[in-house]
Design a protein around this ligand. Structure first.
Ligand code: FEO
Length: 167
């Protein structure tokens, strides 16, 4: 059984994960608009994974006998200043999500909810990967120094990303 406090915090994270999906989908739309279909594909896959992260929490709340309460999803940003600014934003957003996950783990420990703490460890590991990928991607783009040839090449590389369901 989840405490009411834990249930509310997990529901907030469902919203945060769906918001992340919405943000990355908005980034995908912007990247299509500025003619980078490969980066847009990468971002679309990222959006789908965030949807999975939200659903994994959704399912967990139900498994523990809790109530899923879906709240309004905030409208995401729609404009950026090019590809580098987008991937900088991805890194900052993932760092923010890591802090949200850490707060959830802190709460699970405080509530002595060992099952939720164990469940959240998947997200702890996932955030290490998310931040690592975001840093690596930003590094590649920065090294290109806004050269259109390099961005064209990276667009093709990022476009090869495929979606693997996470739940
Ligand atoms: Fe759900 Fe990108 O972390």
């Amino acid at each position: 059984m989840l405490s009411k406090k834990m249930e509310k915090a997990l529901n907030d994270q469902v919203n945060a994960e769906f918001y992340s999906g919405y943000l990355y989908l908005s980034m995908a739309a912007y990247l299509e608009e500025i003619d980078y279909p490969g980066f847009a594909q990468w971002m679309n896959v990222q959006a789908k994974e965030e949807q999975d992260h939200g659903m994994k929490l959704y399912n967990y709340i139900i498994t523990r006998g809790g109530k899923v309460t879906l709240e309004a999803i905030e409208a995401p940003q729609t404009e950026w200043d090019g590809v580098e600014a987008i991937f900088q934003h991805v890194l900052e957003h993932e760092q923010l999500v890591t802090s949200l996950i850490n707060n959830l783990v802190d709460l699970a420990i405080e509530e002595k909810d060992h099952a939720t703490n164990q469940f959240l460890q998947w997200y702890v590991a996932e955030q290490v990967e998310e931040e690592e990928n975001a840093m690596e991607n930003l590094g590649k783009i920065k090294r290109g120094n806004n050269s259109s040839d390099i961005l064209f090449m990276l667009d093709a590389e990022f476009g090869a990303r495929t979606y693997n369901p996470q739940i």
